[in-house]
Write a protein that binds this ligand. Structure first.
Ligand code: IMP
Ligand code: MG
Length: 167
């Protein structure tokens, strides 16, 4: 396993984003809406560095067969609390084609949150198929398949404390 982004770099970048969010949402209650399962480490590192009242919500999605052409996303586990009127930040591990977040944003906006932003630890801009605005990005990376810090290969490697790739 080769290290792409080491633990110290991840932690310090997350702290920067945390400070930015704290400033932008001063004194407000927030909902961190994590996309299972990959967002968990990022969501937690971000949340623990922010003093606001942060509520956690989770949604689990997967791609339908043939998603490359249809871009259809299936919801495996839906929200359990209402997000209507709330200030919501979707927390995701990585934005690749942008299909997941494009679908989710539309789906969540139907529930009329007060505001909806997106935070992603990683982004692969060269892979984008759908234009999606990401408000907070940890790192832009090249087109490599990465694992660790929540990201998996066949459900493996999620618990690595760094982002790595297999040559
Ligand atoms: P998108 O809908 O194409 O943006 O896909 C986003 C999802 O694909 C992420 O939530 C990840 O689960 C998965 N994914 C994309 N690139 C990688 C990668 O390099 N490593 C692990 N998972 C990835
Ligand atoms: Mg994912």
């Amino acid at each position: 396993m080769d290290v792409l982004i080491n633990e110290a770099k991840i932690q310090s970048r997350i702290k920067e984003i945390a400070r930015q969010i704290e400033k932008e949402y001063e004194g407000k209650q927030l909902v961190f809406l994590g996309i299972l399962k990959g967002s968990l480490p990022f969501l937690w590192e971000l949340a623990k560095n922010i003093k606001n009242d942060i509520r956690f919500e989770f949604i689990e999605v997967s791609s339908y067969e043939g998603t490359e052409s249809t871009g259809k996303i299936k919801i495996n586990k839906d929200l359990t609390e209402s997000i209507t009127g709330k200030d919501v930040i979707i927390v995701e591990d990585i934005v690749d084609t942008g299909r997941t977040l494009t679908f989710l944003k539309e789906y969540l906006l139907e529930r009329k949150p007060n505001s909806l932003k997106i935070a992603a630890l990683l982004s692969k801009p060269s892979r984008r198929v759908m234009e999606i605005g990401v408000d907070y990005i940890g790192f832009q990376i090249e087109d490599k398949f990465v694992v660790g810090f929540g990201l998996d290969y066949d459900q493996k490697y999620r618990n690595l404390p760094y982002v790595g790739y297999i040559e």
